[in-house]
Design a protein around this ligand. Structure first.
Ligand code: KG4
Ligand code: ZN
Length: 345
């Protein structure tokens, strides 16, 4: 390997954000524009895959063009094209993957396949220069809640994951129950600031004593029954609830999710003797979670590194940055690369 810089174009379209980014040497982000589709999906209370795919088609070329214009890089300076190809919504992933394949082919540059969840872990490492391994990496997003044993950006083994709803999904569903705007995470966090986290004892699902898996469907149902009566046989009280009552529900729900996330993460650090916890994904933007995990890690003498807020939700800088590590290792993809809703890499 020469000491020339490595410049990677990253492309991300796994859910409802179309994003591109140019990153030099894995950590210098030249630009990372994102075209969000929140407005399109808001009225449905969640992401509609076909609508997402159509919006990605409209946004993908403009966002890539913007990336080149604002970074003042030319296509000849790009060493490889990295794209998130799994997991995610297949029709949405297809747009980014097709664009990346077309560019790699026409520029005659290598194509790099990126696992979106692994990229969320890389979002934590992007601006980190210090030694952090062995680490437990927690990804808390709309689609996943996973704990990894992380030895380097490419050596990740899954230690536990959600058996049903992801943490972000629970935030989104509870927000829908409380008739708060989509996406639910930021809405719940804002409302929870006015509430008492001890007001309602929502259940914490621990599974077995040793388990590193998660389950968040029970708490969502508990909130639903709290608002609509057991088995939904009561009136829907949400319309008539005071601001304070709603805020207490939001704060108590948020606290229950945070308690479980923290306890399982620390359980994982014990298991592998990790000296660091890394946290990324959309829910990692939640300040109450960030602060509580910081306090818990400090008590155990463990260093916590959380993704900068701008890289918590979906972006392409994390894709390009992980692409750098795969480039160095010569881990390239074929032009026959397909998108997948499941983990395939
Ligand atoms: O990582 P991300 O952008 O997309 C996926 O890969 O899923 O995460 C989106 C999720 C949504 O469920 C959203 O409600 C949640 O992250 N989220 C939050 C916050 N900001 C975004 N959850 C809790 N608190 C927040 N501040
Ligand atoms: Zn994501």
């Amino acid at each position: 390997m020469t000491n020339k810089t490595i410049t990677i174009l990253g492309i991300e379209s796994s859910c409802d954000e179309t994003a591109a980014s140019i990153v030099v040497d894995g950590h210098k982000v030249l630009c990372s524009p994102i075209a969000s589709q929140i407005d399109l999906h808001q009225k449905y209370g969640g992401v509609v895959p076909e609508i997402a795919a159509r919006a990605h088609i409209e946004n993908i070329i403009p966002i890539i063009r913007e990336t080149f214009e604002s970074s003042a890089i030319t296509k000849d300076q790009i060493d490889a094209v990295a794209v998130a190809h799994c997991p995610g919504l297949t029709p949405a992933l297809l747009i980014g993957v097709t664009a990346a394949k077309a560019l790699a082919w026409s520029w005659q540059k290598p194509l790099i396949a990126i696992n979106h969840i692994h990229a969320h872990i890389q979002s934590v490492l992007l601006e980190q220069m210090q030694e952090v391994f062995p680490a437990v990496a927690m990804v808390v997003s709309g689609g996943h809640t996973s704990l990894y044993d992380c030895r380097n950006p490419l050596e990740l083994s899954l230690m536990g994951q959600t058996l049903d709803d992801a943490a972000g999904e629970a935030f989104d569903k509870v927000a829908a129950i409380l008739k708060l705007p989509y996406p639910g995470g930021p809405s719940i966090e804002k409302l929870a600031k006015d509430g008492d986290p001890k007001a309602i004892q929502f259940p914490r699902t621990w599974l077995s004593k040793e388990s590193l898996d998660f389950s968040f469907s029970g708490i969502k149902t508990a909130v639903l029954y709290h608002c609509r009566g057991q088995n939904m046989l009561g009136d829907n009280r949400v319309e008539t609830m005071s601001h304070q009552e709603k805020a207490d529900i939001a704060a108590s729900f948020q606290q229950a999710v945070i308690d479980v996330l923290i306890k399982k993460t620390l359980r994982a650090t014990d298991k592998i003797n990790a000296k660091t916890v890394l946290m990324g994904g959309g829910v990692a933007a939640n300040s109450t979670l960030r602060d509580a995990l910081q306090v818990a890690c400090e008590k155990q003498g463990i260093q916590l590194i959380v993704a900068p807020k701008k890289y918590c939700t979906d972006n392409a800088a994390m894709v390009a940055s992980l692409g750098y590590h795969k480039f160095i290792e010569g881990q390239f993809a074929e032009l026959s690369l397909e998108p997948s809703s499941f983990h395939v890499a």
